[in-house]
Design a protein around this ligand. Sequence first.
Ligand SMILES: [Zn+2]
Length: 311
Amino acid sequence: MEPVDTDVTGPEKHDGEPHDGEAPSGGEAVEQPQAPTLGELLLAVEELWPESLAENWDEVGLVAGHPSAPVTRVMFAVDPTLEVIDEAVAWGAELLITHHPLLLKGVTTVAATTPKGRAVHRLIESGTALLTVHTNGDSAVGGVSDVLADALGLQDVAPLTVAANGLPEEGIGRVGDLADAMTLGDFAARVFGILPSVAGGVRVSGDKDGLVRRIAVCGGAGDSLFNEVRASNADVYVTADLRHHPASEAREAALNGRPYLVDVSHFASEWLWLPAAAAALGNVLADQGHEVEIQVSTTNSDPWDFILTPG
Ligand SMILES: [Zn+2]
């Protein structure tokens, strides 16, 4: 697959220097930033994306790694695929933070004869830790849907569902208003423009010339939130993985044609969060006196490679 085609890059770029994986020796220069241990880095992650914000069906947190190991390089990615893990290992990351869990369902083997087993082996054999920040990263302030709302220029943003164990501004999905009404066609072009380029593009259901202003968003698969979207009086709902029945039933139930639907790539909608997450983690670590290089994966892990359309 081609790398992600986007202008957005992580906050720090690899300088091409060889990477020895050693923590700086302490002692003579106590004011110098230090590489944190993985355990210390997990505390910074918990500050930004507390595990208590995760949905109860989710599995978040550390998947592989020694808390005592020093971390000098961190890579963010959407999916813990082998290609992504290889990218992290090649760059010398001691920690890979992915949005999607590697092991969401129970397993009875991690033998290297299965794809997930190969991933576990590659991580452990290379000394690369893996951390999942999933629905806790969706729900948090500055989370996946917050970043999406911000990139679309939404104002007065609130969650579609307020988090059970969080602040009023935390929860799944977001709804807010554009500064000015625009046509659905122009709005869809804005959505297309902010996302990384993927084969599936952007699909839209609704009147291209209809005016929209109130926008609901949910990064990743959001077809369980139609009741909340309707209750929010949104003109448009932007989410991913909209299947035939939920989408067509939502269109049948629409009032004055609204909410219109904008169906985007699951990967693309969540990838947008990565540079913001990398910057946020870099800031927290810098405040704590730690020096860590942080990079966003350039691997496109969207499963689709090409599309045929009429005309
Ligand atoms: Zn997702």
